[in-house]
Design a protein around this ligand. Structure first.
Ligand code: CIR
Length: 255
């Protein structure tokens, strides 16, 4: 959770066509941009250099950069999104990744895997199978990161939840913020787990970024619990990204 750099991409006007499980309204670009600016300035306040990429009109979901790449210390792995409309985002991200990583590997397929399903903890890499990530994709990632000394554990994402990390976040090397429904699967055995309070499940997607826990605004019980546990919480408006099932982790690559 200690990072010196991040990569973000500005939202495009085409964000109105972004993927969503359920239509709860069209995202407003100006509002999303304002929240995005706050997000980027927060990462900078945390001491990071933020590489800000330009909008990509051809890819409505391209603001959600996390799904394109897994950034680790020794190198980066380009993902293979399970959403067909998002496959092309990977090639658009690759030059920025090659500019900062010497060792860049690629999920070649036939499997699929998206960054939103990957949680890197202090001791292992957890990957949740989901509608976007399959066992073949997980197996290919396992082989790649084994070269770098990482172990991968395949777990599952609750039904109806987009990504594994929609329902959990890393708070520090061994503490996870999770919904009760995800923790009930037993995947966090051996970790310290804090549950998001009932009714605030959407607050489970946060990021620990250096001294801050960057959380979606509007979940007071979660914010209070995090503060009581000694975390320094920065709340960012997530109403527009939430219309597209996106949250705090999706908006950046961190390394
Ligand atoms: C999608 O359905 O792919 C986007 N609308 C949301 C992606 C959110 N990404 C993430 O949780 N890592």
């Amino acid at each position: 959770f200690e990072f010196s750099r991040a990569i973000t991409r500005r939202p495009a006007a085409s964000i109105t066509h972004g993927l969503r499980a359920e239509d709860i309204g069209t995202p407003d670009l100006a509002q999303m941009q304002a929240a995005h600016d706050h997000y980027v300035s927060t990462l900078k306040n945390a001491g990071a250099e933020v590489i800000e990429l330009p909008p990509l009109e051809d890819f409505p979901d391209s603001v959600f950069v996390e799904d394109t790449t897994l950034c680790l210390q020794p190198g980066a792995v380009m993902m293979r999104p399970g959403a067909p409309s998002r496959l092309g985002e990977v090639a658009q991200m690759e030059p920025a990744i090659r500019a900062v990583f010497d060792d860049v590997r690629q999920i070649k397929g036939p499997g699929h895997i998206e960054g939103g399903d990957i949680l890197v903890t202090g001791r292992e890499i957890l990957v949740g199978r989901s509608d976007r990530t399959d066992s073949t994709g997980v197996a290919e990632l396992t082989g790649i990161v084994a070269d770098w000394g990482y172990t991968v554990r395949e777990v599952f994402t609750p039904p109806g939840v987009l990504h594994f990390k929609t329902d959990c976040s890393l708070l520090d090397g061994e503490t996870i913020l999770s919904t009760k429904r995800l923790d009930a699967s037993g995947c966090f055995k051996g970790y310290r787990v804090l549950h998001v309070p009932e009714g605030e499940e959407a607050a489970a997607n946060a990021i620990r970024f250096n001294q801050f826990v960057v959380s979606p605004a509007g979940f007071p019980h979660t914010a209070e619990m995090l503060c009581q546990n000694g975390y320094d919480v920065v709340e960012i408006n997530n109403t527009e990204c939430a219309k597209l099932d996106g949250g705090m982790s999706c908006l950046s690559l961190r390394f």
